[in-house]
Design a protein. Structure first.
Length: 472
């Protein structure tokens, strides 16, 4: 069959990638398509990075649509978002659209915090990629990343994120977002990582973004027109109000009370009933924590990142604690109980640090470690009081509750955290019972209920600032 010139032309075009077709054009190679990606790959000490021209970003979201379609993302899922910076005055209001995705940081916090080593940073091009097959769905990287780039996909039970379309880059093609932008607002550049480490000090990517020195993000935003002072990202102050993380709430309260019980019991008199109660609480807390995972069947991978992840260290320490606590019950040995108590307290410290390293202001070390430490004391004393029946454990509980309630009250007075009145009512009731040396069982119930309320607010009242764009 004879083909027409048009059919032959279309057939030829179907075999050529856009970059190949462009290379055949006899046009000047400046200021056109090739400027959107580097013509040479990074060398040692360099990496790829996004560069965004805010002056030409109109907020059309073509980049979002292209990213979604080319990467075959699920409904409602996106690796790239578009948000707003707003400000100015009533007479001269101002808004700026900002497109944002993964910043492929020099020191990626997602990688550092991952307990399963599900992230890798390509040594040749610097791209930070997520390995879905290793992910157990703990979602910890969604906290450690100050830009909230990784997003948990509940349907798949894993976290997913942008990889800069590295397969396309490897073939000389632009990433989907770069290719789709009608104004060329997004391009790929090569940056010097050593110089970047110094350049980001004291700076943020855009107004309200976290300090760049935390992870050294490589994305650059620039505007020849300039941005007015005092801009704020729409929705910049974020909270976890929709996410109480109930399995983690229960795990933290129960494991801390268990570790504290063994320590208080050693100090007030060794009782097998206390060590048994502590073991039951530890095992229950660890079992409940599995329900936080998107892929609980992969929980065994959680120790893989022990060299760099506080979550891995927490899992290891609390796992050891559970095993030694079991031996302490079998042997009824104070020496074994002491080892169990030390490993349990080490687990509590790891629990605190895994939140501290996220750099969330409300999870700073002075608050989080004090909160967990006092919770361990009062929870453990309540268990020892109820199981061992020792009067000295009741006195420890009363003193610990008094200290903790006063410590929590200062946040209420300052207006920084609002605790439910019921939480203080339960604490005061347990304090009265402990001081009177009566109603040990009721005191334990009141303490645990109050701690669950307090720990739930640890998550739901957490707030921080971030990049402009939709938040989950």
């Amino acid at each position: 069959m004879t083909t027409t010139p048009l059919e032959r032309y279309l057939a030829e075009q179907a075999d050529l990638a856009p970059v190949d077709r462009f290379s055949l054009c006899d046009v000047p190679r400046t200021g056109t398509w090739q400027d959107r990606i580097p013509l040479t790959a990074p060398v040692a000490g360099q990496q790829y990075a996004f560069d965004v021209n805010l002056d030409t970003c109109t907020g059309c979201k073509a980049c979002v649509t292209a990213c979604h379609n080319l990467n075959g993302l699920d409904e409602g899922e996106s690796y790239r978002t578009v948000g707003l910076l707003t400000g100015g005055t009533a007479a001269q209001p101002f808004q700026q659209t900002v497109t944002t995705a993964c910043h492929h940081c020099v020191d990626p916090a997602c990688l550092n915090g991952c307990p399963t080593n599900a992230y890798e940073k390509d040594e040749f091009n610097g791209i930070v990629a997520h390995i879905e097959g290793r992910c157990l769905g703990c979602g910890y990287c969604t906290w450690t990343c100050p830009y909230e780039v990784p997003r948990f996909n509940s349907a798949r039970g894993v976290v997913r994120k942008c990889d800069m379309c590295r397969d396309r880059l490897g073939a000389g093609e632009e990433p989907a977002c770069v290719s789709a932008c009608p104004n060329g607002a997004i391009t790929i550049t090569v940056v010097d990582t050593a110089a970047l480490a110094e350049a980001v000090r004291g700076h943020t990517l855009v107004p309200t973004a976290p300090p760049s020195e935390i992870t050294q993000p490589t994305t650059s935003y620039h505007s020849d027109w300039g941005l007015p002072e005092g801009l704020r990202a729409a929705g910049a102050t974020l909270g976890g109000g929709k996410h109480s993380h109930d399995p983690l709430v229960a795990m933290l309260v129960l494991t801390q009370a268990s570790a504290g019980a063994l320590a208080v019991d050693l100090a007030t008199g060794h009782h097998l009933a206390t060590t048994t109660a502590a073991l039951v609480m530890a095992l229950l807390g660890l079992a409940i924590s599995i329900f936080h995972l998107g892929r609980p069947e992969r929980a065994w991978r959680a120790l893989a990142g022990w060299r760099h992840s506080w979550l891995s260290r927490e899992v290891g320490a609390l796992g050891l604690f559970g095993g030694v606590a079991f031996l302490s019950v079998l042997t009824d040995s104070a020496a074994v109980q002491a080892v169990a108590a030390v490993s349990g307290l080490a687990g509590v410290a790891c629990s605190g640090m895994l939140y501290v390293v996220t750099r969330r202001p409300s999870w700073r070390a002075s608050v989080t470690l004090a909160r967990f430490g006092l919770g361990t004391l009062v929870g453990g004393a309540a268990v020892a009081f109820a199981a061992g029946g020792a009067g000295s454990a009741g006195l420890v509980l009363a003193a610990g509750l008094a200290a903790k309630l006063v410590w929590e009250a200062r946040f209420v007075w300052s207006g920084r955290v609002v605790h439910a009145p019921a939480r203080f009512a339960l604490g005061i009731a347990a304090l009265v019972l402990a001081a009177a040396g009566a109603g040990a069982g009721l005191a334990l119930v009141a303490v645990l209920a109050g701690e669950l309320m307090e720990r739930e607010r640890f998550f739901t009242t957490a707030s921080w600032t971030g990049m402009p764009g939709p938040k989950t």
